[in-house]
Each structure stands twice: as C-alpha cells, then as structure tokens.
Design a binder for this molecule. Structure first.
Ligand code: PLP
Length: 394
C-alpha cells in the first residue's frame, strides 16, 4: 500500500484484514458491503451456476442474510427461507410471487393493519380480488372459494384479542380445494407453533417482533416450498426490499435466545393473565391459555410449549380511565408495537385499530376499554405490581 496516495490508501487499506488470519471469527461478522470482488471469470460462472458460498451484490444475497435464512428454515423445518427488509416486504413477496391479475385470494378479516392496507391499497389496484372473511367455519370459507381462488391468508393469532387460527380447519379446506395456505406466525414463532407441519405451505414473520426480540431492528422472513421461496427472492430482488447486512446480523443475534425468551414470555403472560382475571376492575381477559378464551378448546391442543406473550384485557369503556392507567404505569411503557423483551401496552381503539368505525370495532369485540398487553421477560412480580398500582387509580 505504501506506494499509493492517501485517497487510494484510505479506500483499499485493511480490506484484506482476515485473509491470513490463523483463527476464524467464532460468531458471524457483519458483511457490511454492497458488492463482492471476483478474481476471475470462472468465479463469475461459479456464482451464476448457483454456488451458495459465492456472492455478487448485497441486494441479491449476502452472508448475513443467508445466516438468518438458514436459521429460520431450520427452526420452522421448511424447505427454504428468505429474508426481507420488513415483515411487510416478506408478505408482499409471498403474495406478489403467487398472485397475478385476475386471481382471487381469501384473507382473514382481522389481519394486521399493514397487511390489510397492502391488500386493499396495492394488490386490488393490480387486479387481484380479495375476500375478507372470518376464517372460523368451513361453510363460510367454502362459500367464498371461486374458480380463480389461489390462496388463503391468515395470522396464527390476531391482534389484539389473540383469536387463534383454527389450523385444522384451514388445512382441511385448503387441501380439499387445492389452495395454498399462508400463515403469519409472528405472534407465536416456531418455538411455540410450526404451521408448516400442520398444513401451511408458506410461513411469514415480522422479525421486528419476537424473532429479533430486542426492538432494535426491522426485518421479515418467509419459509416454505423451495420453488415459491425462489420466486419470492426474485420478486424482492426486483423490488429491492432485501434486509441490510447489519439488520440481518442484529436479528440473527437476537434470534439466538428465542427459545428461552418464548418460554419466559409464556410463563410471565400466564401469571399476568391469572392476576388480571382476579382483579375486579378488569371485566375480561383474552389469553388463549385461559378456559374463558373463545378459542381455548383448540388452542390448548396446538400450543404445547406455551401460549406466547400477547394478551388483551378490558376495563370500563371509558377513555379517562384508560388515560389514568397509562399515566399510572411506571415500568410498562405505552408503545404501539409489541413482542419485545420489555412489557408494553397499547390501546387498539386509538392506535392500531383507529381507522375502524365504532360498528367495526364492536364487531371485533373491541371498545375504548380494551387494552393490549405485550408481556415481556422482566421479573413477573414487577410486571404485576406495576399493573396493580395503575389499576388502583381507577
Ligand atoms: C408487525 C407485524 C407485521 C408487519 O411487520 P413489519 O416488520 O412492521 O413490516 C406483520 N404481521 C404482524 C402479525 C405484525 O405484528
């Protein structure tokens, strides 16, 4: 390097720092590079033949992205996986790779707001027909199947009432009619449920939530049929919504503790749900481990490792009282996201479900008194006493 000028040196020095290293990095380094170098035309040919260890351009593939893809593929026990810049990018790739103008799909009527918006504002514009229905009865689903129906889309559990997807029913109907079944498994993660084992063809995740877990990176994943994943990658390479090396690295690092976190989330949430049920200021508690939950009768047979950290409860239908609770909480923060290590609360009627009318809210069993709780992994006694102090104020 000595013979080069400052500009040249500052660009090229240090790039080959690991070339002669005797020992290799124990954990994944961050490949924060947009492009890879070739020594020869043979190496280009090798890349184009599909050698997985050969990289060209980060939009098309990067070791950090691949590490995350391999991790989710093994956790969900799928054929192949793909990583994306967000949960929405993952859902977009899965749907855009399968549906064309003139096709029809069936979606749960209680999907995540961003998903509903993607379907209504974008997919419908490109001539894709969508029926939004409650996926709770065979007759209702079959009534909506048409000759051009391609797939059924559901979330493993809904926000905020944690209504659980009846996988036995969805799997049966999709099989009977030759439809693809896509499940958003964000709320449960493969630690608590593996949809591919029970009839799903494709699973999507917002890794922004439990998989990363630390509320410091946005990302998404899809895992399922190999050919479909390849099509997803083509779509996302063309759109350009791949995950960045740093976000992939953070998510990969976060995911290392997923199993212990999910166990703690589930145990804490069960304790919190029992406490809320016993509090006379609380009218209802929605947590699928409780016998009182409308989906308990099949949820108990689906979730053998725990029921996750998401729940809702209902106090008096009164916005001033909600405000008193929010202001009374010290440890638990009011944050309109979920599924991180810290316990957070949200108010669906004023945040995630704000665009719905009173009538639509009532149909979903949500009112101004509904509070969504994402139970974290703190000491459970501290979570409960924070809630108890706040509830005493009303
Ligand atoms: C947050 C979320 C998404 C969207 O994920 P982003 O990472 O925010 O794009 C999709 N589905 C569910 C169930 C979510 O909670």
């Amino acid at each position: 390097m000595d013979k080069y000028g400052f500009s040249t040196k500052s660009i090229h020095s240090g790039n080959e720092i690991d070339i002669n290293m005797v020992t290799k990095a124990k954990t994944m380094p961050i490949y924060e590079t947009s492009v890879f170098e070739y020594d020869s035309i043979e190496q280009v040919d090798d890349y184009l033949k599909g050698n997985k260890d050969n990289y060209m351009y980060t939009r098309l593939g990067n070791p950090n992205q691949r590490a995350l893809e391999e991790l989710i593929t093994s956790l969900e026990e799928g054929e192949a996986g793909a990583a994306f810049s967000s949960g929405m990018a993952a859902i977009s790739a899965v749907l855009l790779s399968k549906l064309s103008c003139g096709d029809h799909m069936i979606s749960t009527s209680v999907a995540y707001g961003g998903t509903t918006s993607l379907l209504k504002k974008e997919l419908e514009r490109f001539g894709i027909e969508i029926s939004f229905i409650e996926l709770t009865s065979e007759e209702e689903i079959e009534k909506n199947i048409k000759p051009n129906t391609k797939l059924i889309y559901s979330e493993i559990a809904s926000n905020p009432l944690v209504r659980v997807a009846n996988m036995e029913l969805l799997s049966l109907v999709s099989k009977k009619h030759g439809l693809k079944l896509v499940i958003d498994n964000t709320f449960m993660t493969p630690i608590l449920y593996q949809p591919l084992k029970y009839g799903a063809h494709m699973v999507v995740h917002s890794t922004t939530k439990y998989i990363n877990g630390h509320s410091d990176a946005t990302g998404g994943l899809a895992v399922g049929e190999k050919d479909w994943i390849q099509d997803c990658k083509r779509v996302i390479n063309n759109i350009g919504a791949m995950i960045s090396p740093f976000e992939a690295w953070l998510t990969y690092r976060g995911a290392k503790t997923l199993a212990v976190r999910m166990e703690r989330h589930s145990n804490n949430a069960t304790e919190v749900a029992k406490y809320l049920q016993s509090n006379n200021r609380v009218n209802k508690v929605f947590y699928p481990a409780l016998k009182s939950h409308p989906d308990y009768y099949f949820a108990k047979d689906m979730f053998h490792n725990g029921f996750g950290g998401m729940m809702s409860f209902e106090i008096e239908n009164n916005i001033e009282k909600i405000d008193k609770i929010i202001k009374g909480l010290k440890l638990i923060k009011f944050a309109p996201s979920l599924a991180g290590i810290a316990t957070t609360i949200s108010h669906p009627a004023k945040t995630s479900h704000r665009s719905l009318t009173q009538e639509q809210l009532a149909k979903l069993d949500i009112n101004l008194g509904t509070i969504r709780l994402s139970v974290g992994i703190e000491d459970v006694d501290d979570i409960i006493s924070d809630l108890d102090e706040a509830l005493k104020r009303i």
